[in-house]
Design a protein around this ligand. Sequence first.
Ligand code: ADP
Length: 267
Amino acid sequence: MNAPAVSPADSRLHFYQPQGSEVELFLHASRNQLPVLIKGPTGCGKTRFIEHMAEQLKRPLYTVACHDDLTAADLIGRYLIGNDGTFWQDGPLTRAVREGAICYLDEVIEARKDTTVVIHPLTDDRRILPLDGTGEQLHAAPGFMLVMSYNPGYRNLMKGLKPSTRQRFVSIGFNYPDEQQEARIVMQESGIDLQTAQRLCAVAAALRKLNDADLEESPSTRLLIHCARLIHSGLPAEIATEAALTETLSDEPAAQQAVRQIIRALM
Ligand code: ADP
């Protein structure tokens, strides 16, 4: 079985450029012990936002990258066999519940259905986590907060989030930042000059207007930052955009040609 990717928060402060009132909303959700659902396309700043908020709130953060083999036991914990026999090891959700930390389930729709059974009693007034393995019934420490994210674009009929689960959360809709904000982010994250960052973001804005038939997926802020880093490290813009944008966004020659045309016109 695959172990979930778990990463405690980085100790340095993460730069975060707010898009609207999400910071204030999150602080109020935290104060009222409400779980939060973050919706938005890939690479638009969801994870960065949570990292930033965990730092602001001075809470540990446990991030779990969900995948289709992820089970409730991966979140809660399990018995392992060591030199001295079997012992119980807490999973990231259990650690967060005990410590009063933030537990962030990234792309939660990917996880197996049995994970929702675990989530429900934690997301209402009970705030409990029953550990069948140890017989404990944990009450979440005051700072505990459950945050989940998903990408509505990837929703498929087999895997949607059930309304009974959704309605336990306060939801925040994310999208790509507007051009000015995105240019500031790209500049900050790559070290590139503002003018080049603005041109890259103009390319992204034009590419995002193409419809699904032209391009399967829009370029993310993350992709723009990769491209900007290549340019900043001295690679000619033409080679950087070809590798980070054109080749990454499509395998179809016609779509690639459309991307190149936009880059040529705007860079
Ligand atoms: P997601 O979790 O939505 O897939 P990330 O949070 O990992 O995306 O964002 C990808 C990268 O884009 C981040 O590592 C960060 O460099 C940058 N980024 C996106 N939005 C912002 C923002 N609002 N403020 C600062 N950085 C951002």
